[in-house]
Design a protein around this ligand. Sequence first.
Ligand SMILES: [Zn+2]
Length: 386
Amino acid sequence: MSEAGNKLVTELIKGYYKFHRGLSPDKVEQREFAFGSFESKIAFRHMAFKRPADLDKYLVDNGPPFVDYSAAYYRLPDARPMEKKEWLGSELRFDIDAGDIVKLPCRLDHGKEWVCDRCLDSAKDEVIKLVENFLIPDFGFSEKELEVNFSGNRGYHVRVRNQSVLSLGKPAREEISNYIFGQGLDYDSFFYTVRVDARHERQMGPRPDDGGWRGKVANAFLGAARSKEDLTSLGIEKSVATKIFNEIATVRKQIEVGNWDFYSIPNRKSVFENLLNRQVINQGNRIDRGVTNEPSHLMRLPNTIHGGTGLVARKLPSMAALDAFEPLRDAIAFDRGEVKVRVGSNYALLLNNQTFGPYKDETLTLPTYAATYLYLKGLADVLTAH
Ligand SMILES: [Zn+2]
């Protein structure tokens, strides 16, 4: 980072806010705001704004590299310590970050510091899973109550705008995230035996039309039964997998009535674990699910600039728009002019449908968005701006 680089980016950010006003969230006067610097994502917090125009002015005047706002509504959002803010309620939020996806294949190519279009596609898949497999069917939220925005760097944020979540305390929020991340699901509550007669028992389990996790487990199994390889990848022995695959119509009929007695699967419990793992949101065993669990959490304000990339934390107009959304094309903010930089980067940067790099310590002139992205990632020095 350099003084010239920081100055250039600050001017660009101010310029962006000059033309993008009205970024305030609902009930701006009840939100806590925090702002970051180039050195720290949250440099100062406990800020409040009475009116949307006050926030607009602050952003244009200061051009902060990061703008965060609280999930919470407070009577006195700038009071401190926290207890004095007088909590009125909090939105429910989820943070899906490509950096937390376990076994992301492209990470083997580029390590965990870099983010590529495949990382972002994987994060998008997890968002769709969160919405379509959990928030809508299991929690009953409607699509209109869900708001998705690109985080500005390596993932997405999902907000639930439903009155019923506002008053939830920390334990209830923890329960929601445990449910979504499949924590604490007990094998014995899914599978059990019933006695058929004096000598026979029958293995019973979930049906595909059961609600919640039971239906997910049954459907995941039936989905896997479409291929022998999928069945063996669940940990089912090859000979048993072949039998299930060959007799899937019969097996399906049995599962539909909750009868899982078809073949002896000795390691049923680990098969069950594998079925769960296929359905959970892939965000690792992140101990800190603070975004969802913590009612006072701060998160990037949608449509503001992410100071680690220069991209916009673009809010999507609807859930349906997510499919076609390409963050490395649709979240570009600094789309004018060029900047001369000295740049060394090991990976190709795909931005605005163009590839930049890799560069071996070269001096060249790049479009402003590419130059600032590489600068903010610590890979380029700003020489002069045009
Ligand atoms: Zn990647």
